[in-house]
Write a protein that binds this ligand. Structure first.
Ligand code: GTP
Length: 442
């Protein structure tokens, strides 16, 4: 037995150990029957030219992505056992009429009232609450990140050793290096930064793999540093509304659960809205997260209007005094145009309450999908006004280079990374740790 101090308002990586025993018991409760190995994001390399010839039906959405999501929706429909009904289209007035909303009410321990701005990921307060939870040896999040990114780093190493063996840095070496860095999904901007920095300091001199890795870590760190920001919740407009969007299977619901756990442990009152009305399992999954985190869950029947549910959830969260309401959304509908229309509608309808809603639009990206994640950001940013990212599955066979390319292109804050399926596996994003892991620098 080992006692330790539980940090109540830290929202960081230290707290959370106190629920390990509970997690262990609950682990496995999630069937994950909807694991989407073949989600849209896995389909990489769709030629833009080929796709450009198809019709575009959603505002600001490249045609090839319309096709991709439509294809995935068709595939998913075949394998899905859920009895899916089409989302009903309501005129706005009808939509705002009361709907059959169900809630899971959960006993919450009395939480201190919070106000002002809170940074999620930073320590806010520490309490000396002794716990008696057995500490089980666990991989640290950094180990998980490193092992997740080891594939990227190992591939890079193999390619680099071919380039640098007994060669002085010349134009050919720089060209080879550029190819290797682009293959690692780092994107042209960051690749050029790295080759320019090496050229400036080592042109004509012998170059080792270690030299390249250390310049790479430094330059990637510089690209990531501006986007590594903690999520800020402004509780002056209680509840702070977080809309979570992303392609199916990228980890929206799981991330919502993990985030709710951080917030409730920090003394905040959270309401969850099951806005993925397309899939019964998603609604069920959110209810389980609600129970685990002591959050009230607002849901409705399968196939019901998601915008209406979001509208009702906000009203309920205001009524129940929530600090934060987190809204799940579908990652897939019958087709891509519908998905985009639904997201636009959720935003439009939420704004009937308050034009500033939603305050935060988080997009989840699956780190194992590589280049396609860039396309996903382009789409969801246009349609849903994404203003922050979470990269999930960095513990898996991650292809983390794309996060660097996305940071360089979009400069959207990366609030968290997902490093596992457990409740504690959501970590604040830290630029240097990530840069070192991807460059394979200790
Ligand atoms: N290894 C790992 N798995 C994760 C992580 N985040 C989510 N997952 C898993 O990824 C799968 C999909 O996660 P969900 O949260 O259901 O994804 P979603 O985006 O809500 O999917 P839809 O409801 O289909 O739109 C589940 O099996 C999760 O447990 C992570 O950081 N690491």
């Amino acid at each position: 037995m080992a006692g330790f101090f539980k940090k109540i308002f830290s929202f960081g990586r230290e707290e959370g150990k106190a629920v390990q025993a509970e997690q262990a018991a609950e682990k496995g409760a999630f069937a994950h029957e909807h694991r989407l190995d073949e989600d849209l994001a896995a389909e990489e390399g769709v030629p833009v030219a080929e796709a450009a010839s198809s019709g575009d039906t959603a505002k600001g959405v490249p045609d090839f992505l319309v096709d991709e999501i439509e294809d995935k929706a068709a595939e998913a429909d075949e394998i899905q056992n859920d009895a899916v009904k089409p989302a009903t289209e309501h005129p706005d007035e009808a939509m705002l009429a009361p709907t059959a909303v169900s809630t899971t009410r959960v006993e919450q321990t009395a939480a201190p009232s919070r106000s002002g701005k809170l940074r999620i990921g930073a320590e806010v307060e520490e309490a000396s609450e002794e716990t008696t939870v057995e500490e089980t040896p666990q991989q640290s999040w950094l180990q998980k990140l490193r092992s997740g990114l080891s594939r990227s780093s190992r591939e890079l190493g193999n390619n680099l050793s071919g380039i640098v063996s007994k060669r002085k840095l010349d134009d050919d070496t720089l060209q080879d290096l550029e190819d290797v860095l682009l293959q690692a999904d780092l994107g042209m901007e960051t690749t050029t930064r790295i080759t320019d920095a090496l050229s400036a300091s080592r042109y004509g001199r012998e170059l080792t793999e270690k030299d390249i890795r250390s310049v790479m870590a430094r330059e990637v760190g510089r690209v990531l540093e501006p986007v590594a920001k903690p999520l800020e919740l402004d509780l002056s407009h209680k509840p702070h509304v977080v809309l979570v969007v992303g392609v199916n299977g990228t980890g929206k619901t799981t991330t919502i659960g993990k985030l709710a756990a951080k917030l409730t442990r920090g003394g905040l009152k959270v309401t969850l809205a099951a806005g993925d009305t397309f899939r019964a399992a998603a609604i069920e999954q959110l209810h389980i997260w609600g129970e685990r985190t002591g959050s009230e869950v607002i849901s409705t029947k399968l196939g019901a209007d998601a915008a209406s549910l979001a509208y009702d959830a906000y009203a309920r969260a205001k009524e129940n005094g929530s600090d934060v309401v987190i809204i799940d959304t579908a990652g897939r509908l019958q087709n891509k145009a519908e998905l985009m229309a639904e997201l636009e509608k959720i935003v439009r309808v939420l704004r009937k309450h308050d034009n500033a809603l939603p305050h935060t639009v988080l997009q989840t990206l699956d780190a194992t999908t590589g280049q396609n994640a860039m396309n996903q950001v382009e789409i969801f940013r246009n349609v849903a006004g994404v203003n922050g990212l979470v990269m999930t599955k960095l513990d898996g066979s991650a292809r983390g280079g794309i996060l660097v390319a996305i940071a360089a292109r979009h400069q959207l804050p990366v609030y968290f990374i997902g490093v596992g399926e457990d409740i504690d596996d959501l970590e604040p994003f830290e630029a240097d740790d990530f840069a070192n892991a991807i460059a394979g620098v200790k």
